[in-house]
Write a protein that binds this ligand. Sequence first.
Ligand code: FES
Length: 242
Amino acid sequence: MTAAPRKTSTGKTAAKKKTAGKASAKKTTVKKTTARKVTAKQAAVKKAVTKKAASRKAATRKTAAKKAAAKKARVKKTVAKKVVPVKAAAEKAPARKAPPAKTGWNPNIVVFACNWCSYAGADTAGVSRIQHEPHFRTIRVMCSGRIHPGFVLRSFEKGADGVMVSGCHIGDCHYVSGNERQLELFEITKKLIHLLGLEPERVRLEWISAAEGPRWAAIINEFTDQVRRLGPSPLKGERKAG
Ligand code: FES
């Protein structure tokens, strides 16, 4: 008969340690699995949020592009309406040799011209020695978008009989959309002119490029004749009376 192994206190401790080790290893494995699960869940949530944000951004971009295209189309339509009759006048420009018959009165016209296109167009007309009416003063501004309706009103207050605002063609503005802004401002200018009791023909908005010297001359001639037919500005009398 063999004797049973004696249980020593050292053996008991070793068994206990082994069990504790196993439990801690199990705990660590569970912890790791849970952490992995949580991370995967978080990643999925993050992915979903990013996807949603991206789709929202794309939708916003699409709407903005749609709006911009609609605005461009609207502007193009307005410009096309204005440019067609002036085109015919521009072709006639070089043929004008002598000024129209003297009426005894010449208007004072103020022309606001943007530095990059219209002012350069006036320069082209001068360099090409194209003759045109001289009864205007040019005020150079950096962009037609800078010409506030107040500038036009101030010109009339100071004795102008007609005011023309000019800039680069739509799409050619050197500050991207200054001329589109002027289109909006000019609508306000026209309303103010109407409120003051002035004829709408006393103000004009034109797009003239640096190469369009003949067009500049044609428009100046046409506008001068138009204001001459209207006669002196009624605000001039008001000023004297005041
Ligand atoms: S720069 Fe010419 S209209 Fe803006």
